[in-house]
Design a protein around this ligand. Structure first.
Ligand code: AHR
Length: 512
């Protein structure tokens, strides 16, 4: 297959935040997964698991969203500050009906982000909160002045404001965040956002709730028309669900070739969503100043047998690695409009990058894809194209239909090879490429046009589509050196040839 990359044709900046993650008070994501408390036998710093923090630093996690999700629209931030013994205990009604003791709150979240070295992204409560509550949370986090909330923060041990940048005004307000119409939410967004004040030069980047079920484009249009002037970003949620409806989503580990390919084709539907949503946004914001923030995406399967259905714990295989590779390549290519994305979720929930079991942890195939793609962060997209055959299905509807309004049958069409390429400020070139085929290797003839390049790194993640990491065998799926990449100087360019094995994700890096 012929593949052309043109590193001299520089496109949009790839915001590092596109490689973000999402963490919710859901199942074992926060408690157990991240936060074990200072007195735990599991090695920790201020209650945060050391093994997890180190892994996330290696992955170069740029931004983390918290505290939800649906949980965010029932979260009252004052429950999670002050002495831990007097924090309110409550039932997590959305997720598993377990006791939430609020021992992980605002201070702990900022401490986690400090340890990881990532940007915090906080989701505010519109569904069951008040304007005053949201205004005071922002004041608590960002005000350097003498003021009631800043004084309360100081009394709780944090003198300096944290200077939060990313803040979402509600979550899924068409659903669990209040079941609002687009018109009603647009009014609410403007009212709440008015009081999300800037206390310092660090302006708050305000994210409005965008679409997450059909009809995607009507919601987007209303929000852009009626509230576009007050937002910096608009969210979009899309989950890859191979099953026919939300009660039969399909197993995470036991699937047929047909289900494998359908899952990847459904993941690839993201391309259409971001392009079409972007086109609607272009009508109101032609220079793409407002970011499309894909702050929930990833696979959603049936929970692992024997686990709490409300905890959304699922295993992760090479199929998930392909979903991650497909999606991240799509986001790179849509860099002009997609300014942040957050996979759901960080640990032990949905398409997690890490799973834990007591003091043990493992990196999922999805983790490795994020780590392999990390050099795209902060680089510029470059022109690239490959001619590859397509896999197509026109007989299935998005599973989201059964949660919301009726959806039309979706045409799921995905090339067997997906790719993207970028150039960093120091001139180094990163190419990431996936072969979706379950059984056929792809011979690639790649041309790096108009540059003379030297191979710096070639790594590959590959295996059977069912391969996964388990606690006793945590390294079954891991990136290895990609042997057999041949690089030859050519007239006005560099020719690179290699054979991409079936079911694989590869990264190639060059010095120009
Ligand atoms: O990620 C799980 C849930 O999916 C989130 O809480 C919600 O926003 C979405 O419906």
């Amino acid at each position: 297959m012929r593949y052309v990359v043109n590193p001299t044709m520089k496109g949009a900046y790839i915001h590092p935040e596109v490689y973000g993650n999402f963490s919710e008070h859901l199942g074992r994501c926060i408690y157990d997964g991240i936060y074990v408390g200072e007195n735990s036998k599991i090695p920790n710093v201020n209650g945060m698991r050391t093994d997890i923090v180190e892994a996330l630093r290696r992955m170069k996690l740029p931004v983390l969203r918290w505290p939800g999700g649906c949980f965010a629209d029932e979260y009252h931030w004052r429950d999670g500050i002050g002495p831990k013994e007097s924090r309110k205990k409550m039932i997590n009604t959305h997720w598993g009906g377990v006791v939430e003791d609020n021992s992980f709150g605002t201070h702990e979240f900022f401490e986690l982000c400090r340890q990881i070295g990532c940007q915090p992204y906080i989701n505010g409560n519109v569904g069951s909160g008040t304007v005053q509550e949201m205004q005071e949370w922002i004041e608590y986090m960002n005000s350097p002045a003498i003021s009631p909330m800043a004084n309360l923060r100081r009394a709780n041990g944090q003198d300096e404001p944290w200077g939060l940048k990313y803040f979402a005004v509600g979550n899924e307000n068409w659903g669990c965040g209040g079941n609002m119409t687009a018109e009603h939410y647009a009014d609410e967004f403007r009212r709440y956002a008015t009081y999300v004040r800037n206390y310092t030069d660090q302006k708050v980047y305000k994210i409005a709730c965008g679409p997450g079920q059909h009809p995607y484009y009507a919601w987007t249009r209303t929000l852009m028309e009626q509230a576009g002037h007050m937002m910096n970003g608009l969210s979009l949620h899309y989950y890859t669900v191979p099953g026919s409806d939300w009660r039969h989503k399909g197993s995470a580990t036991d699937f047929t070739v047909d289900e494998y390919l359908l899952t990847l084709a459904k993941a690839h539907y993201m391309e259409k969503l971001v392009q079409d949503t972007g086109s609607v946004m272009d009508l109101y914001d032609p220079d793409a100043n407002i970011g499309l923030i894909v702050d929930e995406w990833g696979t959603w399967f049936d929970v692992e047998p024997g686990t709490n259905p409300g905890f959304l714990y699922q295993q992760s295989t090479m199929r998930d690695a392909l979903v991650a590779g497909i999606s991240l390549n799509i986001f790179n290519k849509a860099a002009r409009r997609v300014h942040m994305a957050n996979i759901a979720q960080l640990i032990n929930v949905l398409q997690a990058v890490i799973l834990t079991d007591g003091d043990r942890m493992l990196l999922t195939p999805t983790y490795h894809v994020f780590e392999m793609f990390k050099e795209h962060q902060g680089a510029h997209l470059v022109e690239s194209a490959i001619s590859a055959p397509y896999y197509e299905r026109t007989d299935v509807a998005p599973a989201a239909a059964s949660r919301g309004r009726r959806a039309p049958l979706a045409p799921y069409r995905t090339p067997y090879i997906t790719e993207s390429a970028s150039v960093a400020d120091d001139g180094s070139i990163t190419v990431t490429i996936c072969n979706l085929s379950p059984d056929t290797a792809a011979p690639i003839e790649m041309r790096l046009d108009a540059v003379s390049a030297r191979l710096k790194e070639a790594r590959i993640l590959t295996g059977d589509m069912h391969d996964k990491n388990e606690f006793d065998t945590p390294d079954t799926v891991r990136p290895v050196t990609f042997d057999g990449v041949r690089v030859e100087a050519a007239v006005n360019g560099t020719e690179v040839t290699y054979t991409l094995p079936a079911c694989s994700v590869a990264v190639l890096r060059f010095e120009a």
